[in-house]
Design a protein around this ligand. Structure first.
Ligand code: CDP
Length: 229
């Protein structure tokens, strides 16, 4: 039995099943789940919709100027039991998953001014603990004193297949090759940026879930939490 509310930080490369695990953990613990990647994706969608990203590329300066006009919040969807992301009052949970957003999100997330705002929103959401948050810098920057830090990995082919199934299941016109290329490109950009690069902190537990079921992972982590209580 879990005795007190703690913070669980889940980081890892693209499409390693972070959000699937985070949601399952949040459900079994009765915790809040926060998808920090959705926030960077929503800002990217705003940039695409407002001509801040066009054929010439991303205008970082213009995006920084627009930041005060971008309002993000999560609204609970009682049907699935998790918060969905709203961008300036509009539910964008589905549109942030499109490939164009995936293609541009890493350069947007590399902008320090963007990160500073996102991190403070994320910290505010986790202030009362009892939170599972997934992303790239959760254990390193957002919640460096999280009681449980996990770093997920899975083989490149398995990650590409999982994301391809997810996207094509939702009707997207994508190929496994294009999905894989996007994952690899984002991994490279996320791990090499100068502000808050993706890293495995020393105190994070690495889990390769290539061959693990979601229930195996949840059981493993709940045991870990119980043992530290
Ligand atoms: O595709 P996947 O679910 O793995 O990624 P995501 O969690 O939706 O995150 C999309 C992108 O947002 C990442 O590739 C990073 O560039 C950025 N991100 C970040 O920089 N920091 C976070 N805490 C979360 C996401």
């Amino acid at each position: 039995m879990i005795k007190k509310n703690i913070t669980i930080a889940i980081d890892g490369y693209s499409s390693t099943g972070k959000s699937t695990l985070a949601k399952a953990l949040a459900k079994s613990l009765g915790y809040l789940y926060v998808d920090s990647g959705a926030m960077y994706r929503a800002i990217t969608l705003y940039a695409l919709d407002n001509g801040i990203i066009d054929d010439k590329g991303l205008n970082a300066r213009l995006l920084i100027d627009h930041l005060p006009k971008i309002h993000l919040n999560f609204v609970m969807n009682p049907e699935c039991g998790f918060g969905e992301i709203f961008l300036n009052g509009k539910n964008v949970e589905a549109s942030i998953r499109q490939m164009t957003v995936s293609q541009w999100v890493s350069p947007v997330a590399a902008i320090s001014e963007v990160r500073r705002i996102m991190v403070s929103l994320q910290q505010a959401m986790g202030r009362s603990k009892g939170v599972v948050m997934d992303g790239r810098d959760i254990g390193s920057v957002v919640f460096p004193s999280a009681e449980i830090k996990l770093f997920l990995t899975a083989s490149d082919d398995i990650r590409a297949m999982r994301r391809y199934n997810e996207l094509s299941g939702n009707g997207a016109d994508v190929t496994i090759q294009s999905v894989k290329e996007n994952l690899m490109a984002r991994d490279q950009q996320d791990a090499s940026r100068s502000d808050s690069p993706l890293i495995q902190t020393e105190d994070a537990i690495a889990i390769d879930n290539s061959k693990l079921s979601i229930q195996d992972q949840v059981d493993q982590i709940l045991t870990l939490i119980n043992n530290r209580d």
